[in-house]
Design a protein around this ligand. Structure first.
Ligand code: DGI
Ligand code: FE
Ligand code: FE
Ligand code: FE
Length: 189
């Protein structure tokens, strides 16, 4: 089993400076959120460190990784690296670092799309990805404030922001993202 620092070093070689900085920001935010919401901090740190570990792979390599390891992915997921890098990252985490913890692997897998029935760890990683210190978009400070008070409400705002953004750009919304959004809405209020 490699140490956190050894994994960090390997991950840094798989991405550019900017994404590595983002990754360390997600580790920082995930650590804070995990403490706040009673999530296993070590699991959150490892999932955060690995969440984008496949993001800079060429799409073809992501697709091969998924197929060669017999994972199933629908057409829309397979066709778009923005969607596929979660699953590809999960497989990389398993193969390259022998991560076997199913909660960590799942949080990596669903960090972009979300899903129905997200665990607290899934939500912490999803949200940390959104609010880490290097993120700068309209509404991020409001989201950071909500994240300190209500995990589900903050995740809902994250989904809403993503969906709004996709609509503004006339892009496809992955159906599971809508289902995940509606599911966390039920946990709000
Ligand atoms: O990998 P990051 O840039 O840190 O962030 P991310 O994994 O949350 O999102 C990656 C990209 O995926 C981002 O540009 C928005 C896009 N995305 C998120 N949800 C959907 C989506 N794209 C489509 N087409 N459909 C979605 O539902
Ligand atoms: Fe990502
Ligand atoms: Fe990210
Ligand atoms: Fe934008």
């Amino acid at each position: 089993m490699l140490s956190f620092d050894e994994i960090q070093h390997r991950v840094s070689q798989w991405m550019g400076k900017k994404r590595f900085k983002h990754t360390l920001g997600v580790v920082e935010s995930a650590t804070q959120l995990a403490k706040l919401y009673n999530v296993d901090v070590e699991k959150a740190r490892l999932a955060a460190l690995l969440h984008d570990c496949a993001k800079e792979m060429p799409l073809k390599e992501m697709q091969d990784l998924v197929k060669e390891n017999n994972y199933k992915a629908d057409e829309e997921l397979l066709a778009n690296g923005n969607l596929l890098h979660g699953l590809a990252g999960m497989i990389r985490a398993k193969l390259e670092f022998s991560i076997t913890d199913s909660e960590i692997l799942e949080a990596i897998r669903v960090h972009t799309t979300g899903k129905v029935g997200m665990s607290k760890l899934d939500k912490v990683i999803f949200l940390a990805d959104y609010i880490e210190p290097n993120r700068d978009f309209p509404g991020v400070d409001e989201l950071r404030n909500v994240a300190k008070k209500d995990l589900n409400k903050a995740v809902l705002l994250g989904f809403d922001n993503t969906i709004n953004h996709l609509i503004e750009q006339h892009l496809s919304i992955y159906p599971l993202t809508i289902l995940g959004r509606n599911d966390v809405l039920k946990s709000c209020k």
